[in-house]
Design a protein around this ligand. Sequence first.
Ligand SMILES: [Zn+2]
Length: 418
Amino acid sequence: MLNTFKNEYLKLYRESKEQQWDNYFEGGNHDLGILDNKIYELVNKYSNKIEILDRESQVANLIIIREKVDRNQEVSKLRNYIDDLENYGADISEEIKKDDYRYRSVMANKMKKDVLQLMKIRNALAIENGYDSYPDLILETNGVDYKELNILLHNYLEKNLHKAIEIIKKYNIIFENWFDDLDKIDRKNKDYDSNMLIEKLLNSSGFPRLMEKVEIKYVEDGFSGYATELEPNNMRMAVEPIKSLDSLRTLFHELGHVMNYGLNKEEGLFRILPFSLDESMAVIFEYIASVLLLNGEDKIRIQELMTLEYTRCAISAIYEFDLWKHPNRAEELFEYHYKKLGVEIKDTSIWALDSFRSIDPVYIHNYVMGASMAEGLIRYLKISYENDYESWGKWLYSNIYYDGWKRDFREKGLILLQ
Ligand SMILES: [Zn+2]
């Protein structure tokens, strides 16, 4: 039973990764709904059928529970519809499109109804499957305890919010122009040779041959970053050309994903990683890479960037948990939470435009988990091995990377290192 499920699921799972990559970067035009449907049918067939005898059958059941909600036809249809912004932007005038601020506001107002509807369907399905709510289902299938997470998020804010507020003031960052304004933290006219940096990073941490299994695609146009494993030992990474500290940080982040996939020695379902582990380790790698590669002004500024980004993520995560409880107070709660950054929120309706409310809901806290654990981990590695980065690499490999989802991030002891 377990083996047939495993083989069929992995086949569809890999196919979906390939189609996604193709759609994003190779001009593909796959209808992702078709595979969603196939996966839904498969997990439905095996729902409550695989007896939990060991870790693998436990992981199979976690996958089945989550996919039963996320690949549900209604969910998949609406999510894929929201994911294609052309569905909302087609009849917006050129004049509005030119004014980014007005455009975002118009789009958000058009999308709001669908985003709320998607939340409602996901919640109802989670409850139907025996969970208190959709966030509850996602956290549990990711091995995350809500109470523990809530403490982590608030601790992170307590330690970093005042720093973030200072950084916002120092660089005059405007909430509506957040991502463009991040470049103000940069020193201008810096060129980074990304191939050289990657080589240096992997050599010093003891994994010089990892990139042989990775194909990198450089994408222009304000794109952020993406990494995926199509098949074991066949990975793809997309980043923008490294022209700023923030794009350098993205490169480190995507490399962090590649480490997760490429150094996982497991086969089958343990090659799949829960988002909690995959994403928090990618963020941890940003911090590790900046320790290994940067110094002086660059190091200070990239740390300012990370403090700013993950403080915003912590606020976003706390807002999101609140939003799932009170979806009809979305605007009011948006202002209440984001105002903590000491910025003026001119238009609260834009909450609906944020993909973390629809495409990747109950996800953003994973970044904060990584940021919060990174500091403790680096402190531990420094005390244990000083600047012997090859030993850092060995520690990471034999404590975290090698066994994929065989243990989740709590079992790997990461939470203890905060
Ligand atoms: Zn990531």
